[in-house]
Design a protein. Sequence first.
Length: 408
Amino acid sequence: MNVRKSIDYSAMFAELDTLVGEKLPQMEMYYEIGRLVSERQEKGAAVAAAEYLQSAFPETSGFSPRSLRRMREFYRAYASDSEIMNEAMSLGWTQNIVILESDLTMQERSWYIRAALRFSWSKSVLVQQITTAAHLSLDLAEEMCYTEENELESSSSQCNGDGSIDAANETPVAAFLLDPQFFYRRVHAGPLSVCRWCGRAAEIADETGQSDPIERKRRMCMENQRTQSHSDIKLGRFLSLVLRHDPDAAGITLDEHGWADVQELLAGVRRSGRQISMETLERIVRENNKQRYSFNADHTKIRANQGHSLQVDVELTPVKPPQYLYHGTATRFLAAIRQEGIKKMSRQYVHLSSDFQTATEVGRRHGQPVVITISAEAMAYDGATFYLSENGVWLCEYVPPEYFCAEG
């Protein structure tokens, strides 16, 4: 006959009493409960904690054995990575459970946590994005945080853009994925003519009652151009992911200087299910507002100009900076920036703007904008090295707080 051994959980129960009595925010309380249960080696610790909490706090929901096991798994999943843990703590519990219980790598979990925060994804939308593997097509590099804590919604966070303006970034990329209007196209049985401006099908049925064929062609041409622009934006973001952060997403390799073979890249993009041609690639490189990419002289190789999280040498030459450079961020990140300075974190360099307006636009992407003016000339005089990327972004390793000369 097996006799169940009595286990003394009194110390854990006392700590649970204290936690619940402190009226902590939900995520903080669940984190601490998960930590307490994880510290116990007994197999039944989660059930014992759940039964105690349900008995001691019957008016409080969320303390079922299943919930306690989830709190324990949440803590264990991210305990070794404070950066991801702090990001997850800024997200709601329901969304965290969706991510935790999906078949994702740790890197993919981090991506979906950041995406859910940036785009305010609900549970159902988050499930849809994971199901469709959105992490393969959306690039969140511009939202990388530059503090060790990396909390997007707390005072111990800061975010940095790449120092240049791109009007397309002011519309969340998720909108393109979720809004069916971007994908709706009419189907016509009649013959189609070709637009003399854009070279694509231009003849459409006259649903508005207008009989002017020129007006119909003009409207179709505008729609074709919008479709092409949207397609280029999505492809451009995937290229950014591949050339700056994850070449494996297209099954290619980069050399030590960040160059990719163009034909291998085109083949890899097609293998991922996306349509691309050499003409499309050249148009994306040529028309990208941020000039993120460069070809070599004979267009056989391509690379990102800056913004890599991979360790590559893009062969930058030190350049003497102007007297002042500018860093655009959101007001909620100022406290951390003032204390810690501006850090590069996962990227190779801190990105700075050469003018106040560009920095303001960068900051606006993260919330209420604020621009920090930096005494770059003084930094260089004291030994700091600056670089200027091919697309006009100023780069350096770190900006100490003592070189901040104004905020506005």
